[in-house]
Write a protein that binds this ligand. Structure first.
Ligand SMILES: Cc1cc2nc3c(=O)[nH]c(=O)nc-3n(C[C@H](O)[C@H](O)[C@H](O)COP(=O)(O)O)c2cc1C
Length: 207
């Protein structure tokens, strides 16, 4: 299992980097191979295809999530490369949790609407509760281990989606069903509709 922590911070050895080291250590102790990479808005993020888990983390400066991470999502190819990736988010800031949840976290999440976010954490500087990093990593691992492949897939199909399925040649039906149900599971969809099938197709060129 491979995880990469993509982060931004203006402060070398600051709060964000300290958190990344703790998160990385905790993930490594749980069996992950971990790398970290500092964001540049115009960087090429195709390398994240090699990672099973992507953690995005940044501080807030002057009411805005640090610009190189945000810029990577808005101007760069990070958003595209994150498609279908399992991700987790954290922010460090001076504001309280409710303020950060309302004003800062959405600045990232608005660009990640199609992703399954395993866990998210706001870490308020000078007020880290004991075990905050450990509980964040525990949340990530709990969700990560709910792998669709380890479950009996049981999503409900709408009549229209079933009609489409039945219209396919029988030799592709098995692959199609598995791909569609895994996608629905990953995205947290309870039902497979024509829209879900179209989204699955757009996301991975199939089913
Ligand atoms: C110049 C500057 C501006 C900041 N602006 C905000 C802000 O608007 N909202 C907030 O909640 N925290 C703000 N903070 C607090 C930082 O988000 C917090 O200290 C963070 O942990 C800094 O991370 P770093 O040590 O990696 O730079 C600001 C800090 C600095 C230095």
């Amino acid at each position: 299992m491979k995880a990469v922590i993509l982060y931004d911070s203006k402060t070398s050895g600051g709060a964000t980097e300290a958190l990344i080291d703790s998160i990385g250590l905790s993930l490594a102790e749980s069996g992950f191979y971990v790398e970290k990479a500092k964001c540049k808005a115009r960087a090429d993020y195709t390398f994240i295809k090699d990672f099973d888990l992507v953690i995005l983390g940044a501080p807030v400066y002057n009411f805005i999530v640090a610009s190189q991470l945000l810029g990577s999502l808005i101007q760069g190819n990070l958003k595209k490369c994150l498609k279908r990736k399992k991700i987790a988010l954290f922010l460090t800031c001076g504001s309280s949790q409710p303020v950060a949840a309302l004003f800062y976290l959405p600045q990232l999440k608005v660009h990640l609407m199609g992703n399954k976010i395993l866990a998210e954490k706001i870490l308020t500087v000078n007020a880290f509760p004991d075990g905050a990093v450990d509980s964040f990593v525990e949340d990530i691992l709990l969700q990560y281990n709910k792998s669709p492949k380890s479950k009996v897939l049981s999503a409900k199909w709408t009549a229209e989606a079933q009609d489409l399925f039945q219209s396919l040649p029988s030799f592709v039906q098995g692959k199609f069903r598995t791909a569609a149900e895994e996608f629905a599971e990953e995205m947290g969809y309870k039902e497979i509709t024509l829209e879900v099938l179209a989204e699955a197709r757009d996301n991975r060129g199939g089913p």
